[in-house]
Design a protein around this ligand. Structure first.
Ligand SMILES: NC(=O)c1ccc[n+]([C@@H]2O[C@H](COP(=O)([O-])OP(=O)(O)OC[C@H]3O[C@@H](n4cnc5c(N)ncnc54)[C@H](OP(=O)(O)O)[C@@H]3O)[C@@H](O)[C@H]2O)c1
Length: 336
């Protein structure tokens, strides 16, 4: 089969790779589409821990189940022939508060989804949302799960709260905007790109600022009197500025560090404003199921930036690397 394989030292390419075989408790999926995540880029750039090349990249997938190997005492679910999405958050465990020791993310160390076929644990299968097309289904799992847990499980966001989402061009940020809007929140966003700010306003954001402008958070603070929740995937020195927009008692959820380590936050900002800082990673099986129910209930669209055929992997990766995208970049495995 054809797959995107990472060989180490920045070398990732579309190549022939052995078709995987179902093992006990797994399903063989014919992948129809798979979305890129910044994680794939971090792996190629050598900035992701624990990677053992060669490995098939990719965490997100939609496809059709072709074969299932059930354990003797496992409930027999007739997945064969069904179109499914895959929860890339594997082995989370029973504790909703945090992942357990068996936690892993699909697509390193386990072979990932940028391939014509992938084998995944049966627990990871969920029916694909019927109101979404293939590219939207592929785009949903990892980013949707991360945004859902950040907003609902960690920040416990409530309708009408003021929510700030930074770097709105990002895949997780776009999902967070969609979810918070469906809940009825008041939403502020930031982006370095004027067109992305404009698009976010059209998509339901109430305020948009440029995080490269040193006065953006003061302007938001002045206009809104602060925000109740911050959802941030960039961290870096800019987080200190975002915290200026936090109201007293705000919850700050950090899900990523695109802009690097967090510097320059005066402790006074944390203790005087009584801020709650919350880290979040992916989500539990329960988070994933709840996310799918939420997307179904509100019939939410998913923002796809561009779809590329598998052999245009370098172009798709470059799209993500350049941060030119709004929403998710998707690979199609065939032209059907
Ligand atoms: N914890 C988890 O489970 C989890 C899950 C998914 C992702 N992540 C991490 O979260 C981050 C975002 O992931 P993603 O897949 O959503 O990324 P993405 O789609 O690649 O988006 C990245 C976006 O970050 C924004 N950005 C860059 N520098 C920024 C800065 N200084 N301040 C504010 N925003 C900035 C840009 O937004 P504009 O173009 O609008 O300026 C860019 O479009 C990555 O670091 C990723 O590794 C973590």
């Amino acid at each position: 089969m054809q797959a995107v394989v990472f060989y180490g030292d920045g070398d990732s390419r579309v190549t022939s790779w052995p078709k995987p075989q179902v093992q006990s408790g797994t399903a063989l999926l014919r992948v129809e589409a798979a979305a890129l995540n910044r994680r794939d880029l971090w792996i190629v750039m050598g900035r992701y821990p624990g990677v053992k090349p060669p490995v098939v990249l990719g965490s997100d997938a939609v496809g059709v189940v072709e074969a299932v190997a059930n354990d003797a005492n496992r409930e027999q679910t007739s997945w064969c022939g069904q179109r499914v999405v895959v929860n890339p958050s594997l082995g989370w465990g029973a504790d909703q508060h945090r992942q357990g020791p068996d936690f892993e993310i699909l697509g390193s160390p386990r072979q990932g989804t940028f391939a014509q076929w992938v084998v995944v644990p049966l627990e990871a299968l969920h029916p694909a949302p019927k109101h979404l097309d293939l590219a939207q289904c592929a785009a949903l799992p990892l980013a949707g799960l991360t945004a859902y847990r950040a907003l609902f499980t960690r920040a416990c966001v409530q309708p009408e709260e003021r929510v700030l989402i930074t770097g709105i061009g990002g895949g997780v940020a776009q999902m967070a905007l969609s979810f918070a809007r469906a809940l009825g929140c008041r939403i502020a966003v930031t982006s370095a790109d004027a067109a992305k700010r404009q698009a976010a306003l059209q998509a339901g954001a109430d305020w948009a600022g440029d995080y490269t402008d040193p006065h953006w958070s003061a302007a938001l603070q002045q206009e809104w009197g602060g925000v109740d929740v911050i959802i941030d995937g960039s961290a870096g020195p800019g987080l200190a500025q975002a915290l200026e927009a936090a109201d007293y008692g705000a919850r700050v959820v950090i899900y990523g560090g695109t802009a690097g380590t967090i510097d320059g936050i005066p402790p006074r900002v944390l203790f005087w404003k009584q801020l709650t800082m919350l880290g979040t990673t992916m989500g539990s099986d329960a988070d994933f199921a709840a996310m799918l129910r939420f997307v179904h209930k509100h019939q939410l669209p998913i923002v796809v930036d561009q779809t590329y055929p598998l052999d245009q992997w370098p172009q798709a990766l470059q799209r993500l690397r350049s941060s030119a995208q709004t929403g998710k970049v998707v690979l199609r495995m065939s032209d059907e």
